[in-house]
Design a protein around this ligand. Structure first.
Ligand code: NAP
Length: 494
């Protein structure tokens, strides 16, 4: 049960967000970009204290936090630049053609409305209170109600304060950003069901994301939920490459698998290769490499416990062989890897479940048919990696065709951890890796999730939004009669 005082407080904040939405609708893209750059400046200026607090709350190393903070600042700035350039405005103008009885049609994107963001535990800066979801929603012109992740409450408060300071400095309505610190599924449910909420962004477990997606779809007026959930990010390693670099590949793989104690959604949890000597060499090298990995504390007790539980479940499955496991008495996340045959992997769905942490499964296939069946049975993934030579790719065209349907990002060599914040990035994938494969939650294109198009038919120029006016006062790139340009239209105004 939620306390009545909590629901009253949430109702009040959402009411403020709904009012702030009316304000944001009238801001220009350059005003919103200016706001976003000011938030970036404030976060950048947060000093050692922030890092110390987050380190104490999450156990993440200071070097990693320093990098993540810079990434977060970069997100606000790059999304601001994209917003100011009008990229997500997507202005389309089809001029009237009276001789064909066709009217004037002009379309552009507007913010969808107040957005609830569920902060993630594994990225206390980049995917939490002042993270990419918040930046992209505000960039789209949507107020944000953040449901802070309970694993880093003080960090969340510092970030929330930075945004609130900027709101005050700009004299903008308070309701543009609200910070909800209470922890309970009922609060998350209440927020998602609230009639004034127009979208939800989430990063976390499949259970959490799917629960919120279902709640949103059961509403009288369903709303989109952009949930980024689990993924096992398979690596398909092919023979020519494996023969030449089995040992180097094992080092690369284990580095990615155990990076940040395996607490990345792009962690490569499954490695698939043909049975034989090159794979045996890979496994032997993996065995040695794993022993070198020092167990480290995980983000919070709950994540550690579910890691231990899910790792044990996988290890105890029939027809599974333990490759290596680092033993420790402490409550640190210790790496492990197992091996199984393709048939077992295909038939036992438990082995396709994400184990969030430093844990990998090597799948050994014996025939091309087994390999194809693995691909066909794969659920939607954030990433799939092809470890291959050019010749391997040429020899496996049919398989790669299937894999393209199964992921948001297909890598040719390298490892999937390390998600660049750029336009070309796709961080999302077919269900169940996300609830909407059409969008990314990393890179400026993340803004697209929170806009919707509106078309104006036959409106006089003076009443059109600046984005669609004849003289193009924002000087943005627009599609006019099918051709992109940034020019003003030399037309007679009506
Ligand atoms: P989580 O359990 O999914 O929780 C994330 C947020 O969603 C929390 O704020 C939580 O609420 C809320 N929530 C979860 N289930 C809900 C429900 N049924 N109804 C309403 N709200 C709900 O994620 P977590 O705590 O970060 O970690 C748990 C597991 O998530 C990990 O073991 C891992 O498997 C996975 N994970 C995946 C990723 C990824 O990138 N895909 C990232 C982090 C974690 P409360 O705050 O009230 O608890």
């Amino acid at each position: 049960m939620i306390e009545e005082t909590s629901t009253q407080d949430i109702d009040r904040r959402i009411q403020m967000a709904a009012e702030a939405f009316q304000f944001l609708k009238n801001t220009t893209i350059s005003e919103r970009a200016e706001f976003m750059n000011a938030v970036a400046d404030h976060i950048e200026a947060l000093g050692e204290e922030l890092l110390t607090v987050t380190h104490a709350e999450t156990s993440l190393p200071l070097a990693r936090l320093t990098g993540e903070k810079a990434r977060t600042v970069g997100q606000w700035r790059s999304y601001a630049k994209a917003v100011a350039a009008g990229i997500y405005t997507e202005a389309r103008i089809d001029l009237a053609r009276p001789e064909k009885q066709k009217g004037d049609l002009r379309k552009y994107n507007v913010g969808i409305g107040p957005v609830v963001v569920f902060g993630a535990s594994n990225f206390p800066y980049a995917f939490s209170t002042a993270g990419g979801d918040t930046a992209s929603a505000i960039g789209a012109g949507c107020p944000v109600i953040i449901k802070a992740h309970p694993a880093h409450p003080q960090t969340s408060q510092i970030m929330a304060d930075a945004i609130t300071t900027v709101i005050k400095a700009f004299g903008w309505p308070e309701g543009i950003f609200s910070h909800i610190t209470e922890t309970s599924y009922e609060i998350g449910t209440y927020l998602t069901q609230h009639p004034d909420i127009r979208a939800v962004a989430f990063t976390g477990s499949f259970t959490g994301g799917k629960a919120l997606f279902d709640i949103a779809n059961r509403r009288k007026d369903p709303i989109p939920v952009f949930a980024e959930m689990g993924s096992i990010n398979p690596v398909f390693a092919f023979q020519n490459l494996l023969e030449t670099k089995a040992e180097a590949l094992a080092k690369e793989y284990i580095g990615s698998l155990t990076l940040g104690v395996g607490q990345f959604c792009t962690n490569p949890g499954v490695f698939i290769a043909l049975k034989g000597n090159p794979l045996d060499r890979f496994i032997n090298a993996l065995k040695e490499e794993i022993q070198e990995i020092t167990p480290a504390k995980m983000l919070h007790e709950g994540i550690f416990e579910s890691f231990e539980k899910n790792k044990s479940i996988a290890i105890e499955q029939p027809d599974v062989e333990l490759i290596a496991s680092v033993h420790t008495e402490s409550t640190a996340g210790s790496a492990a890897a197992i091996k199984t045959r393709a048939k077992n992997f295909i038939n036992n769905r438990v082995l396709s479940e994400e184990v969030f942490g430093p844990f990998g499964i090597v799948v050994e296939y014996e025939t091309d048919e087994e390999l194809m069946e693995i691909a066909r049975q794969l659920k939607g993934q954030l990433t799939i990696t092809i470890a291959a030579t050019h010749e391997d790719v040429r020899d496996n065209g049919a398989l790669i065709t299937i894999l393209k349907d199964k992921c948001g990002r297909l890598l040719f060599n390298g490892m999937p951890t390390g998600v660049e914040v750029v336009y070309g990035m796709q961080h999302g994938g077919p269900f169940p890796s996300t609830t909407d494969s059409r969008f990314t939650s990393v890179g400026p294109d993340a803004v697209k999730r929170f806009v919707r198009p509106i078309c104006f038919q036959n409106w006089p120029d003076e009443f059109l939004p600046d984005e669609l006016k004849n003289d193009n006062p924002l000087q943005i790139s627009r599609m006019v009669d099918g051709i992109m340009n940034s020019e003003s239209l030399k037309l007679q105004t009506t």
